[in-house]
Design a protein. Structure first.
Length: 122
């Protein structure tokens, strides 16, 4: 058996494996980060749709308040929608950027401000 030739072959094989390992590791890491970002973007999209839906329902209920026959029941429904919007906002804080959180917080505050305005009209 020719030991020097075998050792040269093994050294070449090990060097090739090491050279191929680094780019593969970097590519896999990039794929993982992209997949994670896509997953968060999807979650953020679903939460944003839920948040906007709840905010729009609050706005709709606020506009109908003056014409409501049963004002206490209408106000309770409006408060329930605001609570739902708040729960989605709390979830948005986990996946949203600082800008998304700031805008959502402003929508929540304005919504509660409209709610308090209803109480003065009654």
């Amino acid at each position: 058996m020719n030991w020097p030739a075998l050792l040269t072959t093994l050294a070449t094989l090990a060097a090739g494996a090491a050279i191929g390992f680094a780019p593969t590791l970097l590519l896999e890491r990039r794929k993982e980060l992209r997949d994670l970002r896509t997953r968060w973007d999807t979650e953020l999209h679903h939460l944003a749709v839920d948040f906007v839906s709840a905010a729009e329902m609050c706005r709709h209920l606020d506009r109908q308040y003056a014409d409501a026959v049963d004002k206490p029941a209408h106000h309770a429904r409006s408060d329930e929608e605001r609570r739902r919007m708040w729960l989605v906002f709390v979830q948005l804080r986990f996946v949203g950027s600082e800008r998304v959180q700031r805008v959502a917080r402003m929508v929540v505050r304005h919504s509660w401000g409209l709610s308090r305005g209803q109480g003065r009209q009654a």
